[in-house]
Design a protein around this ligand. Structure first.
Ligand SMILES: [Ca+2]
Ligand SMILES: [Ca+2]
Length: 315
């Protein structure tokens, strides 16, 4: 039913695009609390004012899923369709007859997650309204940005040394094999070896595995990191391999080890001696200078890299 509704809305919206400007007076607004504590549940109301007549609407709450979980929703109007779905997080409704767009429409209930990394967030609601009688469709989006949330949990700090800062580094904290938190060291200019720091915030107590991933490099895993109520700075660890995480590189084909297959890929006539734009095998540019040449081959075949497979060490 929802797909059908969206289809209808799409068709109507295309047909009536020129008329949208005429319906600019309606306002959707949400009423939310000023402050939310970790683990706290709250309900916010969605209202529409402005008097535009409508028969149907699509509604969806907007919020940061790292901060809140949608736990419920309720229509405050009589509608033929009431298919609000907490899994999909949206719903549509269709009135028996056109009504003026005034007053409370629905409520959504959100629960703040137990561990939150940010201190401010936004909660809002998106609306698509259809007034079939006038062949009019109005798009309204509204966000409210004044919810303070109490951040908690601890932070995990570390440093990663790798080649080619033009590729980003992904850091994952896994709990029971599932990714629980992530951080990204974003791409930047430059070539060659670079040492960059990362921070993962809002981490709940528990035992985690930390995995560092970067294109062209082997994964680096630290298992069994115990986190309680204090920040963990891997850079202070007695084990230099943990304190100075260094990625092994040269995994051109991404199979988790560096061997003859990677050399063969780099030295292929389709790759070797080419410049960056001339081949799709971007991962063969090991040092990030946008050329595929002897410099890359030397790095792959270096004793530090060649013959190595993904590193896993215990915390
Ligand atoms: Ca490989
Ligand atoms: Ca290169």
């Amino acid at each position: 039913m929802k797909k059908l509704f969206v289809l209808i809305m799409t068709v109507v919206s295309i047909a009536c695009l020129a008329l949208q400007a005429a319906a600019a007076d309606s306002v959707v607004y949400v009423t939310t609390p000023d402050t939310v504590l970790p683990g706290e549940e709250f309900t916010f109301m969605v209202n529409i004012d402005g008097g535009v007549s409508y028969l149907a609407a699509y509604v969806r709450p907007t919020f940061d899923e790292d901060v809140f979980t949608l736990v419920g929703g309720e229509w405050l109007i009589d509608s033929k369709i009431s298919d609000f779905d907490t899994t999909l997080g949206d719903g549509v409704f269709l009135l028996d007859e056109a009504a003026a767009a005034n007053g409370a429409v629905c409520t959504f209930t959100l629960r703040a997650n137990e561990y939150i990394a940010v201190s401010k967030t936004t909660v809002g609601c998106e609306f698509i309204i259809s007034d079939c009688a006038d062949k009019l469709v109005e798009f309204i989006s509204y966000d409210r940005d004044n919810i303070d949330v109490e951040s908690n949990g601890v932070s995990v700090f570390g440093s990663v040394t790798s080649y080619n800062p033009q590729n980003e580094v992904e850091i994952e904290l896994l709990k029971d094999g599932n990714v629980a938190y992530t951080a990204t060291i974003f791409a930047s200019d430059g070539t060659g070896i670079v040492t960059q720091e990362f921070k993962i915030s809002g981490v709940a107590p528990g035992t985690y595995d930390l995995v560092v991933k970067k294109n062209g490099h082997l994964n680096f895993t630290i298992t069994g990191i115990n986190i309680d109520d204090e920040n963990v700075d891997l850079k202070n660890n007695d084990n230099v391999e943990i304190a100075e995480i260094t990625l092994i590189l040269g995994d051109v084909n991404g199979d988790g080890c560096i061997d003859l297959k990677d050399v063969v890929e780099l030295t292929s006539s389709l790759v070797y001696g080419k410049i960056f734009e001339e081949t799709d095998k971007k991962s063969a540019d090991i040092n990030g200078d946008r050329c595929f040449d002897l410099k890359d081959l030397i790095i792959i075949t270096s004793h530090k890299n060649y013959g190595k497979s993904a590193k896993v060490i215990a915390y």
